[in-house]
Design a protein around this ligand. Sequence first.
Ligand code: NI
Length: 434
Amino acid sequence: MRDLLIRDVLALTQAAVCPQAAIAVRDGEIAYIGPEADLPPAYAGLPVYEGRGRIAMPGLVNAHTHAAMTLLRGYADDLALHEWLTQMIFPAEARLTDEDVYFGTMLACAEMIRSGTTCFADMYFFMDATARAVAESGMRASLSVGMGSGAGDVDGGRAKLAGALDFCSRWNGQAGGRITTMLAPHAPYTCSTTFIEDVARAARASGLGIHTHVSETAREVTEIVTEYGKSPVEHFEALGVFDVPTLAAHCVAVSERDIDIMAAHGVRVAHNPGSNMKLASGVAPVVDMLAKGIAVGLGTDGAASNNNLDMIEEMRLATLLQKVSTGDPTAMPAAECLTMATMGGARCLGLEQLIGSLEVGKRADLILVDHSLPHMEPFLASRATSHMVYASSSSDVSSVIIDGSVVMDERRLTTIDETAILAEARRRAAVLVE
Ligand code: NI
């Protein structure tokens, strides 16, 4: 059933807060949104989904994660990025199988749906397993095979790139159009210049975007400057990465000049405040990036460095972090933060024509949030945005609709056998890190 009529709901649209709204969905597309009193009669007969006591808002877009890393949640805490990655994560990941990735991603999808996320950008290994989980869970995702390749690994790098291009050609547009794809050179410090150039050339030739990590820490910047005489942003620009739509995760240690380069090339940034704080990587200058017109989305990063995929928590972390780091309590107001977590993410994934806001003609990716709870009172329509960012919890998300399909109905997942997935993920995680 991808036709429905949500009645008597408080809708958060790009333009306004609309109390007593109706949202008509036909064939997975928003056909009407506005005052219920003005609902065109043509939509009055659609199956009704009760919205009373709920906020309807665009589904949250997780602009950067590694979904299957849920299996490594809590495995390596309280370490700096370099030690965390090289001593703990890389060795555990070397033991991963495609079935581990499938169950880890299904676990992530259950967690994301429960916390109001409808779409995510993922970079990892065994991405066929990830794509299978996305298709089954009903979620929307931009998927990319994470690739690293050192200077002495020219043939290996070519094989990895060929594999990633094959993945893109097989999965782009699948799952009813809910899956899109990108190419993902992991980071400037895990990829040789030759390899990055090859990836950028392939992306140009095949019309694909690039998803990567850039300037996550000051240490990374020092290493890249020492090796190449350029900052990671300058390095990627010189190698042609930014000639295609690029989604750059982190951008913590970026200079004014770096920000100007990113703005000039339309680079999109995935901001990951929870992961950046936990690894003590620093604070991304998000206010400065937004001021220069850069599209910034919000991401959780993987569950091994966050340690959850809760985008509502991430919104609160994002705005509080900007305020405390700039010393300016007016930095990143609630509405700007909510836009970053929805439309900003859609722009990061190149899906802004399709999702990110509740508008006629867009796909029906939306969530209903219970506002009849003590921590949401006093509830006034004018405070809905503030409450979503500063007061709500992910457990307030009551229903989730993706592409017009109800994937969570009053806290019950409809596409995922949660009991089975949780048990299998726990069993596999234990084997992985033993
Ligand atoms: Ni990451």
